[in-house]
Design a protein around this ligand. Structure first.
Ligand SMILES: NC(=O)c1ccc[n+]([C@@H]2O[C@H](COP(=O)([O-])OP(=O)(O)OC[C@H]3O[C@@H](n4cnc5c(N)ncnc54)[C@H](OP(=O)(O)O)[C@@H]3O)[C@@H](O)[C@H]2O)c1
Length: 234
């Protein structure tokens, strides 16, 4: 059986790693291409092709970027990036370049992690650049564009992020208050985001769609996604 090809950028991150595992274990995809900065020994699988890229010269790797569905989990923090300019490179310029080149190479669907509150007019730098990315992606012409806007991501990281650890404690302590319309503010496990991204890709809903944490959690919680339940969501 010939299945689909997935292309993943950011497959070494908190969400990206979980998503990659999901894609490799799925029967939908027979090939998974991961764009990485350095070869990752732990990432070995029959279906997996690691493509070591220099994101500043992404055009050089266009021949390796042929896929049906493209997943982007790239991102950084201002502390890691060092400057706002460098953060824009990683959070906006690189994801946009991946989207543009993969589209030119025939991809029909793009699923990207943005952020809750993404808004190009936001006065907050982080949510503003995420909004700018979304705006730019909408102009490319993908048949299906999914804008994943999680709240605080929960999960174990290699690096310690004091702000996020504090946010996790607060979020968990107050989660009993976040009910009804406030559910979207609850922190969400990276694994739930990854599973939701995978499932959203299988619906390939035409147009541009935004997914907040409460919806991502519901999609991840569905025990057996079926065509019927997928249709109900639209
Ligand atoms: N943390 C949160 O609470 C939160 C909330 C809402 C939205 N988000 C967004 O969710 C997305 C995924 O977050 P995450 O926590 O899973 O990310 P993460 O663990 O920090 O992973 C980031 C990914 O981006 C890659 N990357 C970082 N700097 C790069 C560079 N200079 N060049 C090329 N690749 C680079 C990393 O590759 P290497 O392994 O090679 O470094 C890694 O694959 C991000 O867009 C983030 O902004 C996060």
């Amino acid at each position: 059986m010939i299945g689909k090809t997935a292309l993943v950028a950011g497959a070494t991150g908190l969400v990206g790693k979980k998503l990659l595992r999901q894609l490799l274990e799925s029967t939908e995809y027979t090939q998974v291409i991961a764009l990485v900065r350095q070869p990752v020994q732990q990432l070995q699988h029959m279906k997996l092709q690691q493509v070591v890229v220099d994101y500043n010269k992404l055009q050089d790797y266009r021949a390796d970027m042929k896929a049906d569905d493209v997943f982007c989990c790239l991102g950084t923090t201002i502390k890691q990036a060092g400057t706002q300019k460098q953060m824009i490179e990683i959070d906006v310029i690189y994801p946009f370049a991946v989207a543009q080149i993969a589209y030119e190479q025939g991809a029909k669907q793009f699923i990207v992690i943005s952020s809750m509150g993404a808004d190009p007019k936001s006065s907050i730098f982080y949510t503003r650049i995420k909004g700018e990315l979304e705006q730019r992606l909408q102009q490319i012409g993908y048949t299906s564009l999914s804008l994943i806007r999680p709240s605080l991501l929960l999960g174990k990281r290699k690096d310690s992020r004091a702000g996020e650890q504090f946010g996790t404690v607060i979020s968990q302590a107050l989660s009993f208050l976040m009910v009804g319309p406030l559910r979207k503010y609850r922190g969400i496990e990276a694994s739930a985001v990854a599973l939701a991204m995978y499932r959203i890709a299988q619906t390939a809903k035409p147009g541009s769609h935004v997914y907040l944490s409460d919806r991502l959690q519901r999609i991840a919680d569905e025990s057996q996604p079926s065509t019927a339940s997928t249709k109900k969501r639209s």
